[in-house]
Design a protein around this ligand. Structure first.
Ligand code: DOR
Ligand code: ZN
Length: 430
């Protein structure tokens, strides 16, 4: 089956193109791209007025299976992903049991194949059982198909262990994704330390709880001669450290989550537990630093940190509620509104952060519309106005503070491996 996407604004940062034209898809791959490409027998998708780009790739999502299937499953998480324009999602390993062996990795691939929506790339643990004591079997994880390792949700406290992890991962060809948090400094804190933590009377976490670990980990990457990826960067202090490390030639990359550059500590005035995330929402100055870091390339990628939690788990006092919010279905619109509309990035710049760069960091041969590439494609209507409503949520959890919010820009069609998975905003059954 051939598909011809017509009259598109084709944005593909991997080839540095932003042109008007057509894309032909044949047997799951890009068969042609350009103004003169046509095929009178192909199924037509008219993309006039829309942006056609490589499918979005989320480097950081929690899909909860195995262990907490009432919060999310691979199937529901991948449905949420395609609804949000993602054609590939990396699954964080803080499941029960954690993804630390080949059998677990195989299980995830199997579930994703059955789901027939987005692609899934498993992330293995840095330490066995996420216990922070011994390094996982990294070569085995790589062999089974992991792209990265992370103990995300918890920091790797021991510097010695982190050094070893960086050395082994680098030999195995795995990216280390670091959750930077100095727990001895953050203590029982639940929100960013500053004016608002004092006003609201919530236990504070200083910005340094993140930046001290970012500093440690970039230094360890240099010592190990390895590369490192910093997860969910939230503070101006961390960005400064990453910017300087990059200048020194240390191989560090970083991601930011849409909630961290959209929401601030002051928003916690409502005590809405859906705003409780780890790292916590920061100050207006931190947000400005994040956006500038995205603009100047200090922050390479936008990742969701999609973290489903049930309503009854979130309906607790702020101190006791779990951290995290869902994000797969809102990431593109929030990023477009905060970054493109406000002039920090243009559309090619945004696609780079949400597709090209994540693929490059992971060594994943997608995120491109080059002839011959696997046809993972998203079509975006940049003018689409919509309201994020609870009833439309594909995730099994609905812990989002954005419910009821007016959104701008949205996904209309998604193609995965040459198969239309979302058509005019609706997920097609496999
Ligand atoms: O807010 C968060 N939620 N941050 C994390 O690091 C973990 C995540 C989760 O798994 O719920
Ligand atoms: Zn996470």
């Amino acid at each position: 089956m051939r598909i011809l996407i017509k009259n598109a604004r084709i944005v593909d940062p991997s080839q540095g193109i932003d042109i008007k034209g057509n894309i032909l898809i044949d047997r799951g791959r890009i068969a042609g791209i350009g103004e003169t490409v046509k095929d009178k027998d192909a199924e037509i998708i008219d993309a006039k007025g829309k942006i056609t780009a490589p499918g979005l790739v989320d480097m950081h999502a929690h899909l909860r299976e195995p262990g907490r299937e009432e919060q999310e499953t691979i199937e529901s998480g991948l449905r949420a992903a395609v609804a949000g324009g993602f054609t590939t999602v990396c699954a964080m390993p803080n499941t029960s049991p954690p993804c630390d062996c080949q059998a677990q990795v195989k299980f995830l691939y199997e579930k994703a194949r059955e789901a027939r929506t987005a692609n899934l790339l498993p992330i293995g643990t840095i330490t066995r059982g996420r216990q922070g004591k011994e390094i996982s079997e990294m070569l085995e994880l790589k062999e089974a198909g992991c792209v990265a390792v992370s103990d995300d949700g918890d920091p790797v406290e021991s510097s010695m262990l982190m050094r070893k992890a960086l050395e082994y991962a680098s030999m195995a060809g795995l990216v280390v994704i670091s959750h930077c948090e100095d727990r001895s400094l953050g203590g029982d804190g639940v929100m960013h330390e500053g004016y608002w933590s004092t006003v609201l009377g919530l236990a504070p976490v200083p910005a340094e709880a993140e930046s001290i670990m970012v500093d440690r980990d970039t230094q360890l990457a240099e010592l190990a001669g390895a590369s490192i990826h910093i997860a969910h960067v939230s503070t101006g202090k961390s960005i400064e450290i990453i910017r300087n490390a990059k200048k020194k030639g240390i191989r560090v990359t970083a991601e930011a989550a849409p909630h961290h550059f959209t929401l601030k500590d002051e928003d916690l005035r409502t005590y809405d537990t859906n705003l409780k995330v780890n790292p916590p929402l920061c100050s207006a100055e931190d947000i400005e630093a994040l956006k500038k870091g995205l603009k100047d390339g200090t922050i390479d990628a936008i990742a969701t940190d999609h973290a489903p939690h049930l309503e009854n788990e979130k309906e607790k006092e702020f101190d006791y509620a779990p951290s995290g919010m869902i994000g797969l279905e809102t990431a593109l619109s929030l990023s477009a509104m905060e970054l493109v509309e406000k002039g920090y990035l243009d559309w090619p710049g945004l696609i780079k952060k949400m597709s090209t760069n994540p693929c490059q960091i992971l060594g994943y041969e997608r995120g491109t519309l080059k002839q011959g590439a696997v046809a993972d494609i998203v079509i975006i209507d940049p003018e689409k106005e919509w309201v994020y409503e609870k009833k439309q949520i594909k995730s099994l959890s609905s812990n989002s503070p954005f419910i009821g919010r007016k959104m701008k820009a949205g996904v209309t069609d998604v193609i995965v491996g040459g198969r239309v998975v979302v058509r005019e905003g609706a997920i097609l059954d496999a």
